[in-house]
Design a protein around this ligand. Sequence first.
Ligand code: AGP
Length: 608
Amino acid sequence: MCGIVGYIGDKDINSVLMAGLWRLEYRGYDSSGVASVIDGEMEVRKVKGRLMNLQELLAEKPLSGTVGIGHTRWATHGEPSDQNAHPQVGCKNMIAVVHNGIIENYYSLKEELVKRKHFFKSNTDTEVIAHLIEENYKGNLKESVSKTISRLEGSFAIAVICTEEPDKIVVYRYGSPLTVGIGKNENLIASDIPALLDHTKDVITMNDGELGVIEKNKIEFFNSHGERIEKERKRIKWSAESLEKLDFPHYMSKEIHEQPQIIKKNIELKIKGNEFDFGVNFKFTPKELANLSHIIIQACGTSWHAGYIGKYLFENFARIQTEIDISSEFRYRNPVMDGEPLVMAITQSGETADTLAGLREAKAKFLKILSLVNVRGSTIARESDSSIYLEAGPEIGVASTKAFTSQIFQLYLLSLYLSKLKWTMDGSEIKKQIKEIKKLPQKMKKIIEKEKGIKKIAEKFKDAKDFMFIGRGINYPTALEGALKLKEISYIHATGYPAGEMKHGPIALITEGSPVVAIATKSSVYDKMLSNIEELKSRKAEVIVIGTEGDEIIKNLGSDVFYIPECEENLSPILSIIPLQLFAYHIAVLNGRDVDRPRNLAKSVTVE
Ligand code: AGP
């Protein structure tokens, strides 16, 4: 899940490629590099570590030339190093390649090439591509790339330049995303739209098996049979400004603060009186949905936690049997999918390889796919029968926040709509729920305004080495998400548990002062939650409680209490997750972590 960029035009190649890479750094930050053809020579600048290292290298040794490619890496094959950084070149330094994905048969290809006296300079899978293209080159770059592609297995979005044809970039997409940006007297390519927005809003999204030849004033696309194809242009709504951090110290902080506004926008877009409008990409008929008896949700990470909450909502409100599965398991466990279940894919990026593979697995069984997705035009959105967009705007921070609350919101609305079609909820109850929903933005804002309170608790626990997060019912997945947020940005071990499960083993880990975050908002399982907190207190745990405003009981129970506004139980995850996001954020900041670029992670996981 690297980030690749390319530019052909007259602007300064260094600043255009760097600007694009800065916009893609969330896709991987183990090393980076750029290449350009200058006076018939291939010039490569690449270095291990953060993009700043490359920026400094280019300040010392800038490139010139009018065609260039760039890469920011999330290491899969070969540890982060200068040699393993992309671009990778062949023996004659005639071809340079940047690649996002994995070449699964690289080992056998490398053996072949070594036998044919090719000399390898890196431990990457990618380098085989450069050597093969070079070997296949007979004066036509497009042809040599096509010939090489036919030998590769795995996932690969690539961009290639050649000293013999400095007037073009040849790109190919299979399994990893690639978008072309159309400019005036210039053109660009990138793994993701943010890298294009500083130059153009007109883009063309490539599909699997497509090859593109990108010249300054001409773009051609070819399908897997080598036939020329026309492709549709799209205009991106996102502004380049929406990609800025504005006055926030981190994208994660900005995105946490954007949540009330995003829910407000979704309410305006999707609730019309007592009716629901999921947008033009929602193509299921009321009749189809009224007959729905089985839903399978498959997703990864934070999106999986949202899906887990969806299970509670679909079963509570619409009485539809709902399974929740982690995509990488769903993909290979040959699941039983009788009774034509609706298969849902929940994803922020729309490019997560495991979730995409799960989707394709279900499609292979002729099942209908509904995706909840944030990025328009993403692969999962395009391959789904229907999509509901999160309308959360670009999410840049690697730790997902605003996408999570918007995912829960969509699931909530959909479960109300299904309950209406299946008559499991009467009109007055639905009206009451809609009234509750409309109070959400204000309540979310109120929680965020009390950020100082959660920061104070974070200061108290910033040196802790281990945390447990507990919740019951619909807030069990919220506890899982709270633990994930803390783990992924502070690198402190944290585990989420169903509170009732503690006494079946995990409570053995509790000693004096062990920090436990407990979600104990007013709910049908509130009393049970209080007992679970008491059990932990009797073993001298430090229990940080997320409770409902006005609840005097927990005031004396928790060692630290953070209050959130009263709200309907099934809506409470949208509120109770916010203090957990802020808690993780402040602990990470207090520990000097790079919150937006946590180690070993990437925003969009495009390899299995
Ligand atoms: C969450 O903070 C992580 N970035 C990660 O777990 C993420 O949720 C997961 O990779 C799924 O991504 P998606 O929603 O883009 O499919």
